[in-house]
Write a protein that binds this ligand. Structure first.
Ligand code: SF4
Ligand code: FE
Length: 483
């Protein structure tokens, strides 16, 4: 089975025995919990779209290992065309969910570990690339979703992993056995972990010799003994418990993040992809971050498409769609959104092959892409709120609208143009609220700032990759400066 249907995917997650906690309780059936279900629906979309002939070219690819048709989210990029299609696929998924569809972290981790394990083997005679290929083939053939887990809790940011007062603040190897290793620690902000079959763990920063035990990469099923997850709160999350649809804004889809704890988890030898070769930690981080910074040039643009559309609908419902300033604001939003897309496509088109054969994005352009993402979605959200008007945050609830006594009053006084129902007007405002301030704001707003690394992380990469020396030489040469 190289492609699962959405329904098969849902069932496969339901059959896992994950340890999930939320609001101080253990959740017995996360897949069907009203707060968590929308996040599962978003990942499901990556399966549903892959079944549709019109999206086959974007959503699927040919496995370079088996030659079989696989979901592109499990693909190893074989060309710049693959890199471009990845971004287009993510824009499509963003448009269809208006949420984080979570499966990209695994795809980005696959591609980063693929090339890094190869280079580590070349340098050290290790066997990590073969281990990884076996794991990858298993994920491709069974169409699994993998969580790419990088971010450690990090404790005191001024200290290296081995200098932390609590050594568990970075995930590490605590025991080496003949048949494998035992790891302890945690990964924070894990997008989609509860909707994944496997977790692919990587180190979070470049490391020195004293951090050897922290330089570890591996994969295990998410329901392995010793792994448990604590769900992160989202703004307005409990609205999903109210049994209404309008107030949620985007009733079907959402994202999810969790803290994942590895409480002495055993990893067998054939699932280890890095184990002490500390000089490859930085390479792995740089590549994963680069791929995920490229990803944002797709997913955030797709969600941006929905937000721009929602703002335009809100303008029509208010009767202001012909006002020149409103038109201009929509143009500005499109300009910003397409600029982000340009960055996603550019870093893909300028990609190149790694020694292992897979394709890596242009790292400078991928970092510029993400740096713009830390800014433009905020401006797009600001303009959407401007166009939407204050009612977006002062409108009464769906229960008030449906109430037999006060409902007609709400209906009458919150009416916009005559031919649009108050209900539709409030629905579109709630969608904008969801994207800018509600549950989806995690994925569209703050994640634009901090996901795939905070702004300063990109600036460090831009300064490293920007080749200032060459630019200075150009200037000196033209000015006939000889030193
Ligand atoms: Fe994919 Fe975007 Fe979510 Fe990252 S933030 S997992 S790129 S949808
Ligand atoms: Fe992300």
């Amino acid at each position: 089975m190289a492609l699962m249907t959405g329904e098969q995917y849902m069932e496969s997650i339901r059959n896992m025995n994950m340890q999930v906690y939320m609001f101080g309780e253990k959740i017995e059936n996360p897949a069907d919990h009203p707060i968590l279900r929308p996040s599962l629906n978003s990942v499901r979309m990556t399966y549903d779209l892959a079944q549709m002939p019109e999206y086959e070219d974007l959503m699927t690819a040919k496995s370079h290992i088996t030659g079989e048709k696989i979901n592109r989210f499990a693909h190893i990029h074989q060309s710049t065309d693959d890199l471009c299609k990845k971004v287009k696929m993510q824009r499509l998924c963003g448009q269809k969910t208006a949420a984080c569809f979570q499966r990209c972290v695994g795809m980005d981790a696959f591609n980063a570990v693929y090339s890094t394990s190869y280079e580590c083997d070349q340098a050290h005679g290790t066997n990590y690339h073969d281990n990884f290929l076996k794991f990858l083939e298993y994920c491709q053939t069974n169409d699994l979703t993998t969580d790419g887990a990088m971010t450690d809790p990090k404790g005191d940011r001024s200290k290296a992993p081995h200098e932390q007062e609590d050594p568990d603040l970075f995930l590490r190897v605590v025991e080496r056995r003949p048949d494998g290793i035992v790891v302890r620690g945690a990964k924070a902000h894990q997008t989609g972990i509860i909707n994944s079959h496997e977790v692919l763990v990587m180190p979070t920063i470049s490391m020195g010799e004293k951090d050897k035990d922290y330089a570890v990469a591996f994969s295990v099923p998410v329901d392995t003994k010793g792994i448990y997850m604590i769900i992160g709160r989202q703004s307005c999350d409990t609205r999903k418990l109210e049994n209404t649809t309008m107030d949620v804004g985007n009733p079907e889809f959402g994202g999810v993040e969790a803290l994942v704890v590895f409480d002495d988890v055993f990893v067998p030898n054939d699932r280890i992809f890095l184990n002490g070769e500390y000089e490859f930690a930085g390479v792995l981080v740089e590549r994963f971050a680069g791929y995920h910074r490229q990803s944002y040039g797709g997913c955030k643009v797709g969600v941006g498409d929905v937000l721009i559309g929602a703002a335009a609908v809100a303008a029509e419902y208010n009767g202001v769609q012909k006002a020149s300033h409103v038109k201009d604001k929509l143009i500005e939003m499109i300009h910003l959104n397409e600029t982000l897309y340009c960055c996603g496509i550019a870093c893909s088109a300028e990609g190149s092959a790694t020694p292992s054969g897979n394709y890596l994005i242009n790292l400078l352009l991928a970092n510029v892409c993400k740096q713009n993402i830390t800014r433009f979605p905020y401006e797009i959200a600001r303009l959407a709120e401007d166009i939407a008007g204050g009612l977006m945050v002062t409108a009464p609830s769906e229960k008030d609208l449906k109430d037999p006594v006060i409902g007609p009053v709400v209906e009458k006084y919150f009416k916009g143009v005559a031919n649009v129902s108050t209900e539709n007007r409030l629905k579109i405002l709630r969608l904008i609220e969801n994207l800018t301030l509600g549950t989806a704001a995690v994925g569209y707003r703050t994640e634009s700032m901090h996901g795939a690394g905070s702004p300063q992380a990109q600036r460090i990469m831009i300064s490293r990759q920007g080749n200032l020396a060459e630019k200075k030489a150009l200037a000196k040469s033209l000015a006939h400066i000889e030193e």
